[in-house]
Write a protein that binds this ligand. Structure first.
Ligand SMILES: [Cu+2]
Length: 139
């Protein structure tokens, strides 16, 4: 009886620790990955989680070609929209600095969002990359 109570306590403690670990892991940042047309990879990493409306959120965008090489020569044009309703223009800048394209975004409403990125490069065709954001929460 005493033993099973000890086991039960140990299980509870393990459960609490696990919950804390999960919360701790998600508090730092929100990465979203998508594919580029040439089988390269695009990742946007927001510096917070969960994403909150009406808050300045720094982000970085990393682009890699199909050989895994970092694409450094792109000019990015961003367009933040909500997939289910028209929204006023929201075009944060993202400029190349310290090995990534960096900028700051503000989501003006809670809900699902999309980050459309036009990738313009001197010696490649313009490409559109779309990052889907499932949920931005209310402030
Ligand atoms: Cu909206």
């Amino acid at each position: 009886m005493k033993n099973s109570l000890m086991t039960f306590k140990a299980q509870i403690i393990t459960l609490i620790l696990r919950c804390c670990t999960v919360i701790g892991a998600t508090a730092a940042e929100t990465p979203i990955e998508t594919e580029m047309t040439d089988a390269g990879k695009a990742v946007i990493i927001f510096a917070s989680s969960p994403l909150q409306a009406m808050t300045e959120i720094p982000f970085t965008i990393e682009l890699k070609n199909n050989a895994g090489e970092i694409i450094k020569d792109a000019e990015l044009a961003l367009d933040l929209t909500m997939p289910f309703m028209p929204m006023p223009p929201n075009n944060p800048k993202a400029v190349w600095k310290d090995n990534a394209y960096r900028g700051t975004a503000i989501f003006t409403m809670a809900g699902a969002w999309q980050v459309n990125v036009e990738v313009n490069r001197p010696e490649a065709e313009t490409e559109k990359v779309i990052f889907d954001i499932e949920m931005v929460i209310m402030k």
